[in-house]
Ligand binder design. Structure first.
Ligand SMILES: Cc1cc2nc3c(=O)[nH]c(=O)nc-3n(C[C@H](O)[C@H](O)[C@H](O)COP(=O)(O)OP(=O)(O)OC[C@H]3O[C@@H](n4cnc5c(N)ncnc54)[C@H](O)[C@@H]3O)c2cc1C
Length: 421
C-alpha cells in the first residue's frame, strides 16, 4: 500500500518472483519529494518530478496498479479496506508515509501550507508569486512590506531549502520584472524553535548552513518558538511579524492509516515495528518507510528516502524468504549521509565521514539527485532546466494558474491606470 519510495522499491524488488503484486496508491504518480521545493519555487514543473506509477511498473508483468484510497486494514481477515471495496492479501507491505503535523494547531494548516504533494507545491508557488503581484499594486508601505515578507517555520532540510530558494527568487529571478517594488528588498525569515538550523547535521555543517543562508539574505532566528499563525502573519516569542506568506516546514506525523492497525505507535503516530519490519504478532504484515518506527543502536532510523528505499527492498526480500520457508531477517539501515541544498552553488553534505559545504556539497547534491531520478522520463529535462536556471538565474515555471479574480488583489489597490495618471 503506497507507491512512494518504500512501496515502489518493494514492488520492483519482487519483479520476476513467483508472486502476484498489487500496488495501491490514492495518487496515480510516484513523487520525488526531495525536489518538491523546486516546484514550489518555480524552478521545475510538476511532471519533472512525478512519474505515473503504471508507467514505472509497465514492464513488470507480475504487478498491477490500483488507484484507490486505503482506509484500513482488517488484520484478522487479512483484507485491506479501500474507500470503495476491499482487497484480500497473503502478505502486506504498508508504506503510506507521513503527513504534516501542526503540533495541535490544525487551524494553522490553511494559512501556513506545508510541502508534501504536488498540490502543496503548486499552492506554495501561487502564494509566493501572487505576493509579489499584490505588492506591486499596493500603495500602503506597511501592507507592501507585509506582502514582501516571507516566513518559513522550521529549519530542517525542507525549511532551509524553501527559505534559500525564496531569497534567490527575490534577489535574482525577479530583479528587473517589476516597476513599483524592488523584489530584492523582500524579507525572508527562517524561524526555528530549537537551538540550530539543520538540527540533525554535525555542528560544523549547521554553522556553515546558517552562514550560507545569511549570505543569501535569509534572516535566521533560532530558539524562535511560534505561538500564533494567521492570515496576517505570525507571533513568535511574544513578537508580531506581519507577513502575508507563511510556510510550514516544522513537523511530520505518520499517515492516519497507522492508527487503523490498532498496534502500538510512537509519539509521531508511526507504527512500532519489530526488527524484521513486521507488525508484532503479524509476521505477514510489514510496515516500511516514513510510516514505520524503528530504533537502531539506540537511534531512530530517520524518515529519509534512502531509509524508505532500503526498507522497501528488505520487506520484499523477507516476503521471498517466507515463500521458501526461511525466517525473516532483521533490517539494518546503512546510513550513506545527508545532504541539504541552500541555494545556487550552496549546500551542506555529510557523506560517510566526509563533511562538505558550499560549491562542492552542492555539486554532490546535484549529482546524487540526478542519479536517483534515473528511471524518470524527465531526467534529461531536469538537467537542462537546472543548467538553464544556473546560467541565467531564471525560474522557468513561474506560472500562476489562476486568474487575478481568483486570487484577488486587495480592494482599492492601485491599478496600472492610476499609476500612469
Ligand atoms: C518536501 C520534502 C523534501 C524531502 N527531502 C528529502 C531529501 O532531500 N532527502 C531525503 O532522503 N528525504 C527527503 N524527504 C523525505 C522522503 O521524501 C521520505 O522519507 C520518503 O518519501 C518516505 O517514503 P515513503 O514511501 O515512506 O512515503 P512517501 O514517499 O510519502 O509515499 C507514500 C505514498 O502513499 C500514498 N498514500 C498515502 N496515504 C494513502 C492512502 N490512505 N491510500 C492510498 N495511498 C496512500 C501516497 O500517495 C504516497 O504515494 C523529503 C520529504 C519532503 C516532504
Amino acid at each position: 500500500m503506497g507507491a512512494g519510495f518504500a512501496g515502489l522499491y518493494a514492488a520492483r524488488a519482487l519483479a520476476g518472483a513467483p508472486v502476484q503484486v498489487t500496488v495501491v496508491d490514492r495518487r496515480n504518480h510516484h513523487l520525488f519529494q526531495p525536489l518538491l521545493y523546486q516546484v514550489a519555487t518555480a524552478a521545475l514543473n510538476p511532471a519533472d518530478i512525478a512519474a505515473p506509477i503504471r508507467r514505472v511498473l509497465r514492464r513488470q508483468r507480475n504487478a498491477e496498479v490500483i488507484l484507490a484510497e486505503v482506509t484500513g486494514v482488517d488484520l484478522p481477515w487479512r483484507r485491506v479496506l479501500l474507500a470503495d471495496g476491499a482487497l484480500p492479501y497473503d502478505r502486506l507491505i504498508l508504506a503510506t508515509g507521513a503527513t504534516h503535523s501542526y503540533f495541535g494547531h490544525p487551524e494553522w494548516a490553511g494559512v501556513a501550507p506545508g510541502l508534501k504533494s504536488v498540490e502543496d507545491a503548486l499552492e506554495i508557488r501561487r502564494r509566493i508569486l501572487t505576493a509579489f503581484e499584490r505588492a506591486e499594486r499596493e500603495a500602503d508601505g506597511e501592507r507592501q512590506a507585509a506582502e514582501l515578507t516571507f516566513v518559513v517555520i522550521g529549519a530542517g532540510p525542507t525549511g532551509v531549502e524553501l527559505a534559500g530558494a525564496i531569497a534567490e527568487i527575490a534577489r535574482h529571478a525577479l530583479g528587473s520584472d517589476f516597476r513599483h517594488i524592488a523584489p530584492e528588498r523582500s524579507r525572508v525569515l527562517l524561524l526555528e524553535g530549537g537551538p540550530a538550523v539543520l538540527p540533525t547535521y554535525p555542528e560544523a555543517l549547521r554553522a556553515s548552513a546558517a552562514r550560507q543562508l545569511q549570505r543569501l539574505g535569509v534572516e535566521v532566528r533560532t530558539g524562535a518558538l511560534v505561538t500564533g499563525v494567521d492570515a496576517e502573519g505570525v507571533e513568535v516569542a511574544g513578537e508580531r511579524l506581519a507577513a502575508r506568506t507563511v510556510l510550514w516546514a516544522a513537523g511530520v506525523q505518520a499517515s492516519p492509516l497507522a492508527r487503523a492497525l490498532g498496534t502500538p505507535l510512537d509519539r509521531a503516530g508511526r507504527v512500532r515495528v519489530a526488527a524484521d519490519l513486521s507488525v508484532p504478532g503479524h509476521p505477514e504484515v510489514q510496515v516500511v518507510g516514513d510510516l514505520a518506527s524503528l530504533e537502531q543502536d539506540g537511534q531512530p532510523v530517520p524518515g529519509v528516502a534512502p531509509a524508505a528505499i532500503q526498507q522497501g527492498r528488505h520487506a520484499a526480500a523477507n516476503v521471498l524468504r517466507a515463500l521458501s520457508g526461511a525466517p525473516a531477517l532483521a533490517f539494518r539501515y546503512r546510513d550513506k549521509g545527508a545532504l541539504a541544498t541552500i541555494g545556487r552553488g550552496s549546500a551542506v553534505a555529510r557523506l560517510g565521514r566526509l563533511e562538505l559545504s558550499g560549491l562542492l556539497a552542492w555539486l554532490a547534491w546535484l549529482f546524487i539527485h540526478v542519479l536517483f531520478l534515473i528511471g524518470f522520463r524527465s531526467r534529461a529535462a531536469v538537467i537542462l532546466q537546472w543548467a538553464w536556471s544556473y546560467l541565467t538565474f531564471d525560474r522557468g515555471a513561474r506560472l500562476i494558474t489562476e486568474t487575478a479574480e481568483q486570487w484577488r488583489p486587495r480592494p482599492g489597490a492601485a491599478g496600472p491606470a492610476s499609476r500612469a495618471g
